[in-house]
Design a protein around this ligand. Structure first.
Ligand code: UDX
Ligand code: ADP
Length: 458
């Protein structure tokens, strides 16, 4: 009864939301999402989905068991599908050649072999995961070196959604990019992928390219976005020395239409599963082609990110009379940004660790990321607590640190919170989101990024 079956291997932050939106707009297609992790699949089948993403529940609940299905049976679904999207994880290699920089493609290669083993007819295989440029060539070699006489087309269709806005990004993308080989079968496959997105995306926003441009564009888009964050963060350090105000500088330069206003928010640095991994991957690829200067240029973007976090911790310790040993400090926010429960590569992790290395005792509160806190800080057991309200986190604390840009942090009753804190009470706003003047008037010493502090101490 369905026109075609689409399979997605990998039910994570990319695969889950993307397939839900495809299922919503393409009711004549059967969309199956598989994962080797049974717990994840059980969660996708339950009322409590495994990821927090505004608007996701509605789309999944409307399509699930209509034309969207979740399963752990990877093998049998491969055989019955026409198009296979692969969105398994591609973490940074932790061993051997390229350790700490290159992409670890073992899950991808395993998936390719699994696809081959379970196919008796040719299929379209689409790279959704972010991969090093030319990965499709290796995949084609694995898939097409078969004795079954079947042919696979490997296409690249990178996902540009950002967490926290995934559904909005999928519903109205800036662009959809599909890369394919310039062969008859490659172009036919490309048309089939374009046709899926054309159900709800204007044709002019669906762009096509060769496979290598598509693979590389994803890495480059992330590298450029991260570079903007690192660039503005270097300027925040300079602002603190010169009494320029980073918010004013950002606004002034962002109104230049050649620069644009987005991704110019200074803070504690970027986090998330993509930026660091993808830049290091890009740098490693440049290095393997002998482009040492290119590689160093991009590595610097990651170095500035660590520098910004170290710098923030130094500001905290210096302001608190050069010692935080034994002091209770409330950390507001642990997710890598607002509107997600994801803690991967969150700046809050290194900030928390550095403060605990200085012997501070942390009480951590995050509206959606509580579950991720303890696993990220396993080596620091007993030196922090996970709190379920901002008030209990700040009770008896010497300072509050804002590490995530959650909107609700703006709305707390800081007068009541101030009353319960040790004095002098400090706030370190690592995201520049609070009403600093008001906090100062309540009695806090307020420190922020790239702006002069509002200090109550001479
Ligand atoms: C990113 C890309 O935006 C997305 O297109 C890609 O597919 C995956 O990687 P994501 O990691 O979900 O998405 O988050 P993003 O919104 O890009 O933010 C990344 C980090 O940069 C966050 O920690 C955020 O707080 C930080 N950031 C962003 C800033 O510090 N300042 C800014 O101005 C913007
Ligand atoms: P992303 O943020 O890129 O979506 P995630 O880590 O959230 O990454 O999701 C990747 C998913 O891929 C995980 O749920 C993982 O269990 C799954 N996965 C990894 N290897 C395989 C495989 N061989 N077959 C099926 N699923 C896999």
């Amino acid at each position: 009864m369905f026109r075609k079956t689409i399979l997605c291997i990998g039910a994570g932050y990319v695969g889950g939301p993307t397939m839900a939106v495809i299922a919503k707009h393409c009711p004549e297609y059967k969309v199956v999402v598989v994962d080797i992790n049974p717990k994840r699949i059980a969660q996708w089948q339950s009322d409590k989905l495994p990821i927090y993403e505004p608007g996701l529940d509605e789309v999944v609940f409307a399509t699930r068991n209509r034309n969207l299905f979740f399963s752990t049976d990877v093998d049998s679904h491969i055989e019955s599908s026409d198009i296979i999207f692969v969105s398994v994880n591609t973490p940074t290699k932790t061993f051997g050649q390229g350790a700490g920089k290159a992409a670890d493609l073992q899950y991808w290669e395993k998936t390719a072999r699994q696809i081959l083993k379970n196919s008796s007819t040719g299929k379209i295989v689409v790279e959704k995961s972010t991969l090093p440029v030319r990965t499709a060539a290796a995949m084609e070699r694995i898939l097409n070196s078969n004795e079954k006489g079947i042919h696979f087309d490997v296409l690249s269709n990178p996902e540009f959604l950002a967490e926290g806005t995934a559904i909005a990004d999928l519903e109205s993308p800036d662009r959809i990019l599909v890369g394919a080989r310039n062969t008859d079968s490659g172009q036919n496959a490309l048309e089939q992928i374009v046709e899926i997105y054309a159900h709800w995306t204007p044709r002019e926003k669906i762009i096509t390219s060769n496979v290598w441009s598509s693979e590389l564009s994803k890495l480059v888009a992330n590298a450029f976005l991260a570079q903007r964050v690192s660039s503005i963060n270097t300027i925040s350090a300079l602002c603190e020395k010169t009494n320029a105000d980073i918010e004013e500088v950002s606004r002034a330069i962002g109104m230049d239409s050649r620069i644009g206003p987005k991704f110019l928010k200074a803070g504690v640095g970027f986090g998330g599963s993509c930026f660091k991994k993808d830049i290091l991957n890009l740098a490693y690829i440049a290095e393997t082609y002998g482009l040492t200067e290119v590689s160093r240029y991009w590595e610097q973007v990651v170095e500035i990110n660590s520098y910004q976090q170290d710098r923030f911790v130094r500001i905290i310790v210096n302001s608190m009379f050069n010692t935080v040993a034994g002091k209770k400090i409330a950390l507001f926010g642990f997710a890598f940004k607002a509107d997600t429960g994801d803690t991967r590569e969150s700046p809050a992790i290194s900030i928390a660790q550095s403060l605990m290395d200085e012997r501070a005792v942390l009480s951590i509160y995050d509206p959606k990321a509580s579950e991720g806190i303890t696993p990220e800080l396993v080596d620091y057991e007993g030196r922090f607590s996970v709190e379920h309200s901002p008030v209990s986190a700040a009770d008896g604390a010497h300072a509050i640190i804002i590490a995530t840009d959650w909107a609700e942090f703006r709305d707390y009753d800081y007068s009541a919170i101030f009353e319960k804190m040790e004095k002098p009470a400090f706030i370190f706003d690592g995201r520049n989101i609070l009403d600093h003047q008001k906090l100062y008037e309540i009695g806090f010493s307020v420190h922020r990024i790239g702006r002069p502090p509002l200090s109550r101490l001479a």
